[in-house]
Design a protein around this ligand. Structure first.
Ligand code: HEM
Length: 318
């Protein structure tokens, strides 16, 4: 049964930052390290408290564009920015190595995930954010993502179809009574993947479909008999105690065709990082070991980070 309210009656979704906002045509992902001194941590803390006002100001210029921004914090920075309490499951991104496959961890104390129907709205908001924090942080990665045709990723498949919706999304992505100080928070894992498009395109469409577990053009799921055990949607299906465990994915395409860069920015919000970590383990190591995700023969992770997106009420306590 899904429970949208905490034990004390609060609405979990209403406490959350805009984690549950829909997939948009444009997004920006900014990962930054905070320069290690007390003033810089204080600057970021006060920026986080004011972020809601910045979003409202930019959003008012075109409310239809659905501008949202979530801010997350990495494990190492948490104590320095906020002190106690600390989210129960916040820890550094756990690397995975298996044969040639590597889910690497990269630096990053703060994540900004900006979404809108128009890239100029994302651009404008991030410009204002940087005016506030540029002196206090060093940018580790900035990726500008776009939705490719009908929400496809650059390997040509529709991405996001099996995402949870409505109350199922709240249940999957928003922290509940298990961590009372952080009800309304969310854990988010990001990884930037680069695709070897010429090798991927050299595969027969039927083999690509077996790797993903869905039909490429129609997006229809393959039957259980047609799906190989290594299909992406087999390895990322997690069932615990008879219940399917979902995460909320808002992947975007990015790239620079002129210089041969083609990628997918993976971003997955979850109520517990353990669910996304189990999916990663299945993809990289295999379930069982060796039965890994063949998508990784054509995709290389170049970043990896885990962040906690605190509830709005927590950010407001400056
Ligand atoms: C190279 C990066 C990735 C690409 C291109 C990709 C692409 C896709 C596509 C096309 C689908 C099928 C449509 C859908 O249900 O959304 C899918 C499903 C899914 N992916 Fe990924 N994905 C990537 C990485 C990841 C990672 C790193 C995770 C988790 C750690 C993940 C978790 C999932 C889940 C949970 C599903 C839904 C499975 C189901 O219930 O059917 N994906 N992905």
């Amino acid at each position: 049964m899904t429970r949208l309210r905490s034990d004390d009656g609060r609405d979990r979704a209403a406490l959350a930052q805009a984690v549950l906002a829909p997939l948009t045509r444009a997004a920006m992902f900014l990962v930054a390290s905070i320069n290690p001194n007390a003033d810089c941590y204080a600057t970021v803390r006060s920026f986080a408290a004011d972020l809601g006002g910045l979003i409202r100001a930019v959003s008012a210029r075109d409310p239809e564009a659905g501008l949202t921004c979530t801010i997350g914090f990495g494990s190492e920075a948490w104590d320095k920015v906020f002190g106690l309490p600390r989210p129960a499951e916040l820890h550094p991104f756990r690397e995975i190595r298996a044969e040639t496959r590597h889910a690497l961890a990269t630096a990053g104390d703060v994540l900004l995930h900006v979404r809108a129907a128009r890239m100029d709205m994302c651009f404008e908001l991030v410009t204002h954010c940087m005016e506030r924090i540029a002196e206090a942080v060093s940018i580790v990665d900035e990726t500008h993502g776009f939705s490719y045709f009908d929400a496809r990723d650059l390997i040509g498949f529709v991405d996001g179809t099996e995402n949870p919706r409505d109350e199922v999304a709240v249940e999957a992505a928003i922290v509940g009574d298990e961590d009372p100080a952080f009800i309304g928070g969310s854990y988010v894992i990001v990884q930037k993947y680069l695709h070897d498009m010429s090798r991927w395109n050299a595969l027969a469409i039927e083999e690509q479909e077996r790797i993903i577990g869905r039909k490429k053009l129609s997006d229809i799921e393959l039957s259980d008999e047609a799906k190989p055990p290594y299909a992406h949607n087999v390895l990322t299906s997690i069932v615990e105690g008879g219940c399917e465990k979902k995460i909320l994915r808002l992947n975007m395409s990015f790239g620079q065709p002129g210089s041969g860069e083609f990628g997918t920015y993976f971003i997955g919000y979850s109520r517990s990082p353990r669910i996304t970590e189990t999916m990663l383990e299945n993809m990289f190591v295999g379930r069982p070991k060796g039965n890994y995700d063949r998508l990784l023969d054509f995709s290389t992770a170049v970043t990896g980070g885990l962040f906690f997106v605190p509830p709005l009420t927590f950010l407001d306590q400056d």
